[in-house]
Ligand binder design. Structure first.
Ligand SMILES: Nc1ncnc2c1ncn2[C@@H]1O[C@H](COP(=O)(O)OP(=O)(O)OP(=O)(O)O)[C@@H](O)[C@H]1O
Ligand SMILES: CC(=O)N[C@H]1[C@@H]2OC[C@@H](O2)[C@@H](O)[C@@H]1O[C@H](C)C(=O)O
Length: 371
């Protein structure tokens, strides 16, 4: 009997909202997601992961414990997917587990930086009895790359079209763009903030984790001087390869920009942060939209209708849509990509694209924890 081509992908990204998991079947000519489950983080885990993004006391111990808790939450999502599908764990070839990025500093220091995703893949393998592939980014960083974004190769396989350039924009906590060239070439890089700044401001002023549909932002007025100050951020104007994270776009960075606007109405700040997020993505998209008619958006930002409308205004000439229209729902894309990356690892195939990350070459990504 040939080995199963069923994989589970688990993603918990920089929005820190929770876990998305998919069960994906790769036995045909393309990836078919058969099941999707998501689980919000318990408030204590979310708070601890958020805190571990900045230095604090007793970090090693706390990071290890948070990694254990996260892996137990991952195991529950796996269990939900198995129950939904009626499959036994033995039917699954492997789990691709992203882990939680708490630091991302590639190519810093002496030129050999690091990227750190918390989690305990050994515990996940024990709890599920399924082979786990984890730590997908470190090898690319060791090869001189950014270690991110990793999804463009998967985007190319799923959304690429011969003879047409397709743009795919992921709006998670951070946003990243894939440029799937008409000639088969692939570029990709982080654009800047995704939901991270909007979520932070919304939580702080309304107590809600995010601005549903962007309704609060839509009730405010954009503050042009604040917008200009935010748009001055050098990361937005750097050429690729480039990647970023909460290491840069964090509350301290925002506080610095907000200092001259202490009296501003919070709804106007939210309107400005939403406009900023759209414009940061548009700077990237407009530089690469030549020959493309479509920009398909995935990630939770695709559900922010006000943000999507502002993005359409900021990107004239391309039709801004959601990846659902190209065959994969917006909230399933990243987790499916990590299922695919696990498969690449087990097949001994590269997961990165040197054209995207700037690594010295193609590398097999991930560490394997056999069942
Ligand atoms: N209905 C909605 N309206 C507005 N925003 C939404 C809605 N639903 C989800 N979001 C936003 O999407 C975020 C979650 O997105 P997603 O799951 O893509 O993030 P992520 O996995 O952390 O991504 P990444 O790894 O790319 O950083 C939430 O924090 C929220 O900001
Ligand atoms: C270091 C890290 O976790 N990067 C994430 C983050 O979230 C979005 C953006 O920044 C992207 O570069 C990446 O995630 C996606 C899944 C990627 O690697 O393609």
């Amino acid at each position: 009997m040939s080995a199963s081509e069923l994989y589970i992908g688990l993603m918990s990204g920089t929005s820190l909202d929770g876990i998305d998991g998919v069960l994906a079947d790769f036995s045909g000519s393309h990836c078919v997601v058969t099941h999707h489950a998501s689980a919000p983080f318990a408030p204590e885990l979310r708070a601890e992961l958020m805190a571990l993004n900045t230095s604090g006391t007793d970090e090693l111990h706390r990071a290890a414990l948070a990694g254990n808790t996260l892996s137990q939450a991952y195991a529950q999502v796996v269990q939900t997917l198995l129950e939904q599908s009626g499959l036994a764990g033995s039917s699954i070839r492997a789990i691709g587990a992203h882990g939680q990025t708490v630091r991302h500093r590639p190519q810093e220091f002496d030129g050999t930086g690091y990227t750190l995703q918390l989690g305990n893949p050994a515990l996940l393998a024990e709890r599920t009895g399924i082979t786990v592939v984890a730590d997908f980014r470190s090898r690319d960083v060791a090869a001189g790359g950014q270690g991110a974004p990793l999804v463009p190769a998967f985007h190319q396989g799923v959304f690429g079209r011969a003879g047409e350039t397709v743009l795919v924009l992921n709006i998670g906590g951070i946003s990243n763009l894939s440029v799937l060239g008409a000639d088969g070439s692939v570029l990709g890089f982080d654009c800047g903030p995704g939901n991270a700044l909007m979520d932070y401001w919304c939580q702080r002023h309304t107590g809600q984790a995010f601005d549903a549909g962007g309704a609060w932002a839509a009730s405010g007025k954009v503050l042009p001087e604040l917008l200009a100050s935010l748009l001055d951020e050098p990361f937005l104007h750097k050429p690729p390869p480039k990647s970023t994270g909460r290491d840069l776009f964090n509350p301290a960075w925002l506080a610095h920009h907000l200092a001259p606007f202490a009296q501003a109405n919070p709804a106007d700040v939210q309107a400005t942060l939403t406009e900023y997020t759209a414009r940061a993505c548009a700077i990237s998209a407009n530089s690469y939209k030549k020959n493309s008619k479509t920009m398909a958006v995935c990630g939770g930002g695709a559900l922010n209708t006000h943000l999507m409308a502002r993005l359409q205004v900021a990107c004239p000439g391309v039709q801004v849509t959601v990846t659902d229209t190209l065959g994969l729902p917006a909230l399933q894309v990243e987790a499916a990509a990590f299922a695919w990356l696990a498969r690449q690892a087990l097949h001994g195939r590269p997961g990165n694209l040197a054209s995207v990350t700037g690594a010295a070459g193609a590398r097999v990504l991930g560490a394997v924890y056999p069942a």
